[in-house]
Design a protein around this ligand. Structure first.
Ligand code: 5AD
Ligand code: SF4
Length: 464
């Protein structure tokens, strides 16, 4: 793969966006509200925080529900077909609200818009959408919206280089925990995956910019940061620093808790495992997507590792960080997957014992290599396989989680429990949810909790 020099958006361009925001704010005759609807992964959730940041710079405030907002923006995902269909279904539903409130503005953005032909399709089939723009245009949202407002036209933008935009305003959803992007895009071309086509080539932020942002978050009282990238192991800083070096540098900033995702097993190095073990603030948890337990399927997925190598990485992680929380992603019914190959996935899941697994039925994505492969699996077979997989994983998860009973965990409280307002829940250092007695005042705090039991696949505990 040819080396690409990351292109940072110029300061002049970023200033122009801030000026657009100010002009939009000045245009409003009354206070305006916005609502961002988010689909997909953490990367998208963080992009939505940037959209909200820019909207607030335009003088708008958040509306709790979309029905009440003056401006609704859908930040879409296209990694699987159902995410795409859900987004389009919801956009259509807003059409009715627009009939009652003709001044309602609607925008659609994100990964889906970046798919070939999608922007044109949206313009044609969804005449009530005012603005559509892809991930490559995220930082240009203010100037695109200004055009919609001043020229009273519909605007579509899918073009754009693979750039890095620093200093986009952010309105974070949580005060205690924050996402921090370290790199954008992906160059791996797993044969099922559309991400490299819609998120562009891999490019890393400068280490100095990342550290500056991390220090700012620490000073603002953030307790936990999640470093984000499609494949953090390919991180390369401006002076060639690798991901373990970045992790060590972020560790020295002394934010209480550091997590990261996602790590590709093919280049999970011993250097990273050593850094995990040594860094004081890096939590003992690891998300290591395996996708399949069959060597042949892994080869056809273009994953560049086999089952033995994957299991070796797991063993080393567990040796270096005893009790580490392990999670994964798995795809069933990849084209041509035989019953025996699916059973290889079952046996791997049994052998590893994950604390949690995200399981997906393979979804063909136009333009990817796997979509053209022979042997697409019928839906009934796929459903039956995923059910068997989920049953096994739930059993293994219960067995694995039992190791925490009697242990003490530091829990960052996220919210009141869904079942009772006298219980709170949050994640322990191993990444596993724990529910225990508490109240609203605990949200955002780190509380020492002794794990006492296991109920419905979540841990329960008592304050120490
Ligand atoms: N079909 C099903 N699952 C997919 N994923 C990515 N692309 C597809 C697809 N076409 C899953 C992978 C990845 C996770 C984020 O989404 O498991 O790790
Ligand atoms: Fe998709 Fe593979 Fe890149 Fe992950 S590593 S985003 S699965 S192509």
């Amino acid at each position: 793969m040819t080396e690409r020099i990351p292109v940072h958006v110029s300061e002049a361009e970023m200033r122009a966006q801030r000026e657009s925001e100010a002009r939009i704010a000045a245009m409003a005759e009354r206070p305006r509200t916005y609502h961002v609807v988010t689909y997909g992964c953490q990367m998208n959730a963080h992009d939505s925080e940037k959209l909200a940041g820019m909207l607030e710079a335009m003088g708008m405030t958040a509306a709790p529900v979309r029905e009440e907002a003056d401006f609704v923006i859908f930040n879409t995902c296209c990694v699987r077909d159902n995410a795409e269909r859900r987004a389009l279904g919801n956009v259509t539903w807003l059409k009715e609200i627009r009939k009652l409130r003709p001044e309602l503005m609607i925008a659609v953005c994100g990964c889906m818009i970046q798919e070939p032909g999608m922007a044109e399709r949206i313009l044609k089939q969804y005449p009530f959408v005012d603005l559509a723009f892809g991930t490559a245009a995220l930082h240009r949202f203010p100037s695109l919206l200004e055009r919609v407002l001043t020229e009273r036209t519909r605007v579509v933008s899918v073009d754009g280089e693979d750039v890095i935009a620093e200093d986009v305003p952010v309105r974070r959803l949580r005060k205690d925990a924050a996402y921090l992007t370290i790199m954008y895009g992906c160059d791996n071309y797993c044969t099922y995956c559309i991400v490299p086509y819609v998120r562009g080539r891999e490019r890393s932020r400068r280490m100095s910019d990342i550290l500056r942002e991390a220090e700012g978050l620490r000073d603002a009282g953030v307790k936990e940061i999640m470093l984000l990238g499609q494949n953090v192991n390919s991180y390369r800083g401006e002076d060639g620093e690798d991901f373990p070096a970045l992790l060590r540098a972020v560790d020295r900033i002394s934010i209480e808790r550091i997590r990261f995702m996602t790590s590709h097993p093919k280049d999970l190095s011993d250097g990273l495992i050593a850094a995990m073990a040594e860094c004081e603030h890096v939590l003992p948890q690891f998300h290591l997507p395996v996708q399949s337990g069959s060597d042949e399927i892994l080869r056809r997925m273009n994953r560049h590792y086999d089952r033995a190598r994957y299991l070796d990485r797991v063993r080393r992680l567990r040796e270096a960080v005893p009790g580490i929380g392990l999670t994964t992603d798995i795809i069933v019914a990849f084209p041509g997957e035989t019953e025996a190959q699916f059973e290889d996935t079952l046996s791997l899941v049994d052998e590893v014992g994950y604390d949690s697994a995200f399981t997906f039925i393979y979804s063909p994505r136009t333009g990817t290599a796997a979509a053209k492969m022979p042997g697409q699996i019928p839906a009934e077979v796929a459903t039956e396989r995923i059910q068997r997989l989920i049953r096994l994983q739930e059993k293994r998860q219960r067995e694995e989680m039992a190791r925490f009973v009697g242990m003490t965990e530091q829990v960052l409280v996220e919210s009141l429990s869904r079942r009772s307002d006298r219980q709170v829940s949050g994640k322990g250092g191993h990444g596993i949810s724990i529910t225990f007695p508490g109240g609203a005042e605990d949200v955002g705090r780190i509380v020492k909790v002794r794990v006492t039991g296991l109920k419905n696949n979540t841990l329960t505990g008592e304050r120490e």
